[in-house]
Write a protein that binds this ligand. Sequence first.
Ligand code: BJW
Length: 230
Amino acid sequence: MPYQRIVILTGAGISAESGIKTFRAEDGLWEEHRVEDVATPEGFAADPVLVQNFYNGRRKQLLSDAVKPNAAHFALAKLEQEFDGELLIVTQNIDNLHEQAGSNKLIHMHGELLKMRCAYTDILYPIKGDISVDDRCECCGMRGALRPHVVWFGEMPLQMEDIYQALETCDLFIAIGTSGNVYPAAGFVRQAGISGANTMEINLEPSAVQSTFSEHRYGLASSEVPRLVA
Ligand code: BJW
């Protein structure tokens, strides 16, 4: 590969073939729930039971035997192992399928489904099962202090400094399975382009920011990603 520094942004589309719903498809998560109700701090404050149940359901699905990494996740893990230069995956997904496939250099910019966070101390806790609003937080002993470790609308995504630093020095940027509707992630291609990187979109269909990419490959992530890294 004629590249030294690669940044790969992944979105819900890469996990779709693993059985995890995307957000904006006709049968997507936002068809079943109003975004404002389950993915904003205001929604959580108004109805914490609804929000905890929404994430409990998604956690149960992620932990079920039916959900496994697919060929696209495995191809990226293989690329990381075999690539001589630096490779960073920035995922918007809160599932752990990249880790399960073997990727190590990974930033979860929108958080992680299998962690909770104390709203007062920011201490993180791994979780395996359901969380109830009545559960006590270990660090402060308060009920209702634990919230999903996810980034909701209006909140700052995680590790932004690390991400922008990588974007400023990368020579290839690839976005996989993301609709390009949510910022700041949708703006990463522009930043990478300014840095002089080649930019490639891999998606089922043109994204909202498709015109910003220099290359496009449209199809299933499980076919296009292994083909790219072969
Ligand atoms: C396949 C496939 C297959 C299917 N193979 N492909 C106006 C302008 C600009 C910004 C704003 C604005 N007004 C408000 C904002 C900011 C706001 C925002 O972007 N709003 C927009 C709606 C306009 N953003 C924020 O609030 C963010 N914070 C922020 O901006 O802080 C301030 C800041 C300032 C300066 C610098 C930095 C920050 C926070 C955003 C948090 C998003 N949170 C969620 C929920 C996370 C937890 C959870 O999972 O529940 O993150 S929302 C949801 O959308 C989730 C996703 O990560 C995110 C992106 O979705 P994604 O991955 O693109 O999924 P889909 O469903 O949209 O698309 C899937 C794609 O895959 C489709 O295109 C399919 O075709 C494709 N596909 N199957 C290949 N098999």
